[in-house]
Design a protein around this ligand. Structure first.
Ligand code: SF4
Ligand code: SF4
Length: 402
């Protein structure tokens, strides 16, 4: 494992961190046994930074992590968890939430404590709650060690927040599609110039840059002459930046963990050649031509009062535009239109344009507007014509209400 140093406190952190937002699931619940084994497997191979937050897995991620870190594992890692502005009604909620987090994590302190998913608006709210005083007191009480923030807003707000406090670290979304989105490369360099450690989230853009690829991207990687998986390319690109401290990967398969651990050993700063960088640049351009909605599948916009499964709609819509599998993708959409898997329809046509979801989206997607586009493409006669056939083919869902 390669370790990089946090400038302000000297912590040596593994370049690969374990993100607990996409743990393996059994149905709708975390597959606890498997998740615990996976977290410990990563720690046994040198990972020493684990990241969670209250909202992950409907509040269950911190509890699971607390269990995984029993049997001596707590002392081997630095825990990062977060204070989510959208869960706060008043300043008195802050210490209460921190207490409940420490209880769930079965620890007396969080090594890194982040204000969660800040943007200009939520930063204003937190300033109104005098959050910096709260963080200083929590530090003095020994309940947190280092303060930081994660960020999903624009570059100007990012710089303002970096300059507003003596943060030890920040966490930004960064991957080869998002060089100029949110904090982006400019924000990464700015934070590093102020001696902040920079943790990276969404290095694979919610999985879009790994696994199955658009045909054009596959061709470019295939012709490159390198034997690498798409995930390895994407992670290497992020680690190539010397300003990056830890890359968080939401790993939920043992094979992914082992592959990422292997990549982490050799992906040194500035180790990619101009030729390799050109390959990634071409792949990024291919994706940008095809992807319609920059949704990462984070689920912060959920639940929708009308029952629209927003990330699923965007995921299928992007798949439809990226891959040459139009009929298959329509079929998947038809399943959602009929509610065959979830028990209730969850398609774009249910959107009433109430706007409730919009303020929660860290990607600032105009969700109702994009859902109209999804509806236009996928909720039409071509998909509806497939519904009776698919209904006959599908096993009856146990969740289906008769
Ligand atoms: S705007 Fe549409 S998708 Fe968003 S919460 Fe309202 S009904 Fe749901
Ligand atoms: S629409 Fe926005 S909030 Fe919802 S899942 Fe996608 S990126 Fe996340």
């Amino acid at each position: 494992m390669q370790y990089r140093t946090v400038p302000k406190n000297g912590d040596k952190l593994s370049v690969l961190g374990f993100g607990c937002m996409r743990l393996p699931q059994k149905g709708r619940k975390i597959d606890q046994e498997r998740a615990i084994k996976q977290i410990r497997l990563a720690i046994d191979h040198g990972v020493n930074y684990v990241d969670t937050a209250v909202p992950y897995h409907g509040g269950e991620s911190e509890t699971l992590l607390g269990k995984a870190l029993q049997d001596g594992y707590r002392d081997k890692v630095k825990i990062a968890t977060k204070l989510s502005p959208f869960l706060l009604n008043n300043p008195e909620d802050m210490p209460k939430i921190l207490e409940s987090q420490l209880e769930k994590l079965q620890t007396d302190h969080s090594d890194y404590y982040l204000l969660h998913a800040l943007d200009g608006e939520s930063w204003k709210k937190m300033q109104g709650f005098e959050v910096l005083k709260f963080l200083d007191k929590a530090k003095a009480d020994g309940k947190i060690v280092n303060a930081g923030f994660s960020f999903h807003g624009g570059l100007r707000d990012f710089k303002e927040i970096v300059d507003a406090n003596d943060w030890v670290m920040c966490q930004i979304q960064y991957n080869f599609l998002d060089e100029n989105l949110q904090a982006g490369t400019a924000g990464l360099k700015y934070a590093a110039s102020k001696r902040l450690a920079v943790m990276i989230m969404e290095p694979l853009r919610g999985g879009v840059l790994a696994g199955k690829l658009p045909r054009e991207a596959k061709k470019i990687y295939g012709a490159s002459g390198y034997q690498r998986s798409p995930a390895e390319w994407a992670l290497r690109w992020v680690w190539n930046h010397p300003e990056v401290t830890v890359v968080l990967s939401g790993m939920n398969a043992e094979s992914q963990i082992m592959e990422n651990l292997k990549t982490a050993e050799t992906a040194l700063p500035n180790s990619m050649s101009p030729n390799e960088l050109a390959v990634v640049h071409k792949v990024a351009a291919a994706y940008k031509r095809l992807m319609k909605v920059p949704c990462t599948g984070c689920g912060y916009c959920m639940p929708c009062p009308q029952g629209v499964n927003i990330p699923n709609n965007f995921n299928i819509y992007n798949q439809y535009n990226m891959f040459d599998e139009k009929i298959k993708t329509r079929g998947i959409y038809a399943v959602m239109l009929m509610g065959l898997m979830s028990g209730e329809p969850a398609d774009a046509s249910l959107c009433m344009n109430c706007g409730k979801c919009v303020t929660h989206c860290p990607q600032h997607i105009d969700i109702p507007e994009e859902l109209k586009a999804v509806k236009g493409t996928l909720c039409n006669w071509q998909t509806k014509a497939m519904m009776p056939i698919i209904k006959r083919m599908m096993p009856k869902s146990p969740a289906k209400k008769d």
